[in-house]
Design a protein around this ligand. Structure first.
Ligand SMILES: [Zn+2]
Length: 154
C-alpha cells in the first residue's frame, strides 16, 4: 500500500508538465495524416518528462479505431536504447483519424506502462495533439510544454 508521501508524489507527477517540442507535434500530425484512415502509432524517446524524438511504428492491427505496436519492434527499440543509457521510452503516441483527442476505453484498458505520456493526435476537424497519463484505469490530462523553459522548474 502506498504511503501518504508516495500518494502525494504520484499526484504531483501526474500534473507536472511534459516537454513536447513543436517539431515533434508537427511530425505526429504528419504521420497521422499519412496513415489515415487507419490509426498511426509510435513510441516517444527522451529523458524523464522531456520527449526528444519520435519512433514511428507500424500499427499491426491496421484499424481505423485501434492500434497495437509490434512487440518485437518495441523490444528492439529498448535494446537499441541500451547503448545510450540516458535515453528511454517515455511514452507512446497514436492517432484518432475521425475520433476525439481523448483516450478511448480501449486505450485506457490497454495502457500498461505507468508514468508514460500517452499522446493522441485527433484529425477530426483541425488537428489536435493532447497528452494524458493513464494509470489504474483512469486517464488524466497532461500539460504539454514546447520547451524546458515553458515547463519551468517544477
Ligand atoms: Zn486511441
Amino acid at each position: 500500500m502506498a504511503s501518504p508521501a508516495e500518494r502525494h508524489d504520484a499526484a504531483r507527477l501526474r500534473t507536472a508538465p511534459f516537454v513536447l517540442p513543436s517539431a515533434l507535434r508537427q511530425a505526429m500530425v504528419a504521420h497521422a495524416r499519412a496513415a489515415a484512415p487507419i490509426e498511426c502509432c509510435g513510441l516517444l524517446v527522451g529523458v524523464g518528462r522531456r520527449v526528444m524524438s519520435l519512433v514511428p511504428m507500424r500499427n499491426v492491427v491496421e484499424s481505423p479505431t485501434r492500434f497495437r505496436i509490434d512487440d518485437r519492434a518495441h523490444i528492439a527499440l529498448q535494446r537499441a536504447l541500451r547503448a545510450t543509457p540516458a535515453l528511454s521510452i517515455v511514452g507512446v503516441y497514436h492517432s484518432h483519424p475521425t475520433g476525439p483527442s481523448r483516450p478511448s476505453p480501449t486505450d485506457i484498458a490497454e495502457a500498461h506502462y505507468r508514468g508514460w505520456l500517452h499522446v493522441i493526435v485527433s484529425l477530426a476537424g483541425r488537428p489536435r495533439v493532447r497528452g494524458f497519463v493513464i494509470e489504474d484505469g483512469r486517464a488524466w490530462p497532461a500539460r504539454l510544454c514546447t520547451s524546458d523553459r515553458a515547463a519551468g522548474d517544477g
